[in-house]
Design a binder for this molecule. Sequence first.
Ligand code: AMP
Ligand code: MN
Ligand code: MN
Ligand code: MN
Length: 283
Amino acid sequence: MPIRYDLHTHSIASDGTLPPEQLVQRACACGVGVLALTDHDTTEGVACAATAAQAAGLRLVPGVEISVTWNHQTIHVLGLHIECACRVMQDGLAGLRAYRDWRAAEIARSLQRHGIEGAYEGARAHVRGSIISRSHFARFLVQHGYCCSVRDAFKRYLTRNGAGYVPGAWAGLEQVITWIRDAGGAAVIAHPARYRLSAARLRQLIGEFKECGGIGLEVVSGSHAPADVTTMAAHAQRYGLFASCGSDYHGPENPWVDLGCLPELPHGCTPVWRAWEDSARLA
Ligand code: AMP
Ligand code: MN
Ligand code: MN
Ligand code: MN
């Protein structure tokens, strides 16, 4: 049996709902052999996950999912196999977390203008780590009966044209890739099909990403349809990028995505773990 890789997951350190140690135990039960914890803009959960992984007998890849603004659009870049102690990267992530705090207050003010009181404190009550995200606002909106589901909360309040929508102003693409490389990691574009870019725009993103030192594309993702996997595999091969695979698991509340339940990388793709198995490729 080949080793099962899941290189994109979240814990309570960001907007996941399982503590890192429970995430690791569940991954182990799901047959995952190599797991990356990739919380949004924080590596807070990695140390706990690594300890739990050692006990459970699976390999933990330290990671992070970094928020980027590229061409007025939010893009997520994974840093895999990073050295969490890297000062340059940690300073950058601290800046993004400070921006999240400011944005949360803005979201709450927007919601208040639409008659929703107490959103700031209400969303904060769902935060269990060091970042506040729109997911925490969504949980607040469901809890107080404004929405029937998290999905509904995003659709009606937290995405473009919603009452609580605040456009993201994250870090630049080049800057983020520099942080990841300074931390000795592999920079990978997360769930590329989710951005709904035109083919030309996607090629532009991948071209700029590669020019800045990015080395991978998440070909297999919990949020990719089979056709997306085929498209992204072709892009990875065309641009000479490594291919990654990750569920983007956030917790058992989303039963449509579980840990490690992913199709294999298509033939012809070079798996991203080769990059750290042969560490010269990360230099
Ligand atoms: P943020 O980084 O705070 O802007 O929040 C982005 C997070 O919200 C993503 O990482 C997802 O976990 C979650 N999210 C975004 N869109 C949706 C959606 N339509 N339904 C459920 N969760 C979503
Ligand atoms: Mn998330
Ligand atoms: Mn993402
Ligand atoms: Mn994610």
